[in-house]
Design a protein around this ligand. Structure first.
Ligand code: FAD
Length: 433
């Protein structure tokens, strides 16, 4: 008898890939699941390495976290919905604890047996066989990550879930004179240790959380830091050797000229100017357009490729509680692939995406923030739980998230010293270290 189970491929075994594995492997009668992970471990960007730039084969080093990084969400709202962090941990801790947590998650649900490690997905090709959810088969080509000369292996799947992470490809604005600047210049993705910047005068560009965190990390050893931003700063609290300045107009050999005409001499530049979505293995036949605004379209609920619904994307969001989002999104994907949830007609999905974009524009945000959820994440979570007839997230999650976010804006370092105690169903208590 032929095997009627759907063959699902997961690209990447970071937190998103693990969440998909955890739910899909729960239904072995419906799915056979194969995850491919280019690295040797399953924890995505939480696998720290001192290496930066590209590996010997020219691929970007995946992880972009730095050595002393402490999580920026309290464990109470950082964990997957059904798998808490160790109760002995404080609310904030080193990135090493996240790696431990993810390994515990993978072991607990016996996920590693479904992952082929050190294997990179190099191409995904669409083969159209009909209409609707299963109208496309996917030919996935993989290769050993460390051997570009090895022949690729091809396998056919009924669905592909893209979980390759979106803090990989740096966004580097085209600044006039940037190549002429003689000092040390890096993107924040390659920042690992503050010591490299000891006694230097530094320009950090970009005033979002990653810009603030790196500025705060390097400040104790730096001589002086100019934190530059193109808009009005909404910045958190900084030590005295950090000065907020306007945007960059152009670089010179020894520094920078700002948009207000001020000229600064600096030894080093750290660009915290964000990341670009990148899916190098997807060709145009997959039906996804990467626009110059860094949006991924057309997608229904930021997840389902409208033109080929068996191609799915996990957590391409900004400003979201990632692990909570992944817990819900992975179940949503499973419900779609199990067909317990029916997709609306294509026209309706297109309109839903247009409405999302309009919401972003109505907010005064540029188009490129299409996947930035911010406070709308709670509507998004409600929508998913509603559709799946799951319990709504308890009110304390929203309350704690807003409280913490406000705290980060006021004083990022102090915000990471709080300990939270959840009081079900709608409260929490704070204590300080
Ligand atoms: C500096 C920094 C700090 C952060 N701090 C926090 C925090 O405090 N709390 C929080 O919740 N989140 C934080 N995040 C967000 C973080 O991205 C998410 O927590 C989470 O790691 C995203 O998981 P992911 O699986 O989607 O992507 P990733 O973690 O990036 O994993 C993607 C995986 O896909 C693999 N892969 C990529 N391409 C291929 C391919 N072609 N073939 C095979 N495998 C492939 C990669 O090797 C990797 O293992 C932070 C991110 C950064 C960059």
């Amino acid at each position: 008898m032929s095997d009627l189970r759907k063959r699902v491929c997961i690209i990447g075994a970071g937190p998103s890939g693990l969440a998909c594995l955890r739910y899909l492997t729960e239904s072995p009668e419906c799915f056979t699941v194969q995850a491919y992970e280019q690295g040797a471990e399953s924890a995505g960007c939480w696998v720290y390495t001192d290496e930066t730039g590209r590996d010997k084969n020219g691929f970007r080093i995946h992880s972009t976290i730095y050595d002393s990084l402490k999580v920026n969400l309290p464990k109470e709202i950082m964990a997957y919905l059904d798998f808490p962090f160790d109760e002995k941990l404080p609310s904030f801790f080193s990135h090493k604890e996240v790696l431990r947590y993810l390994n515990r998650y993978a072991d607990n649900f016996q996920l590693k047996q479904h992952i082929q490690f050190k294997t990179r997905v190099v191409k995904v090709k669409a083969k159209h066989v009909g209409d609707g959810l299963w109208g496309t088969k996917w030919i996935v080509e993989v290769q050993p990550s460390n051997d570009l000369s090895a022949t690729t292996e091809k396998r056919e799947f009924d669905a592909v879930i893209v979980c390759n992470g979106h803090f990989v490809e740096p966004n580097i604005p085209e600044y006039e004179g940037f190549n002429e600047f003689k000092g040390l210049k890096i993107h924040g993705r390659d920042y690992r240790h503050a010591e490299k910047f000891k006694d230097k005068t530094i320009l950090t560009v970009g005033s979002s959380f990653s810009g603030w965190e790196i500025t705060l990390d390097v400040a104790p050893v730096a001589k002086y830091i100019y934190l530059s931003h193109w808009k009005e700063h909404k910045a958190t609290k900084f030590p005295q050797n950090v000065e907020l300045v306007t945007g960059v107009n152009k670089f010179t050999a020894n520094g920078v000229i700002l948009t207000d005409g001020r000229e600064l001499t600096v030894d080093a530049v750290i660009l915290n100017t964000g990341y670009k979505h990148s899916f190098p293995f997807l060709g145009p036949d997959c039906g996804i357009e990467m626009t110059k605004d860094n949006t991924v379209r057309p997608l229904y609920k930021h997840t389902i490729a409208i033109r080929n619904p068996s191609l799915l994307f996990m957590c391409i969001f900004d400003w979201v509680l990632p692990f909570i989002c992944m817990s819900l999104q992975a179940r949503f994907i499973k419900a779609i692939l199990e067909e317990t949830l029916k997709l609306p007609p294509e026209e309706e999905m297109i309109q839903a995406e247009e409405a999302e974009l309009q919401r972003v524009l109505d907010r005064g945000w540029p188009k490129r923030y299409l996947h930035r959820l911010d406070e709308f994440q709670f509507e998004y979570f409600d929508d998913l739980t509603n559709q799946m007839q799951l319990k709504r997230l308890p009110p304390w999650v929203f309350k704690l998230a807003f409280y913490h976010l406000n705290y980060l804006f006021k004083d990022l370092e102090a915000a990471k010293m709080v300990n939270y105690e959840v009081i079900e169903p709608d409260g929490f208590k704070t204590t300080f270290d």
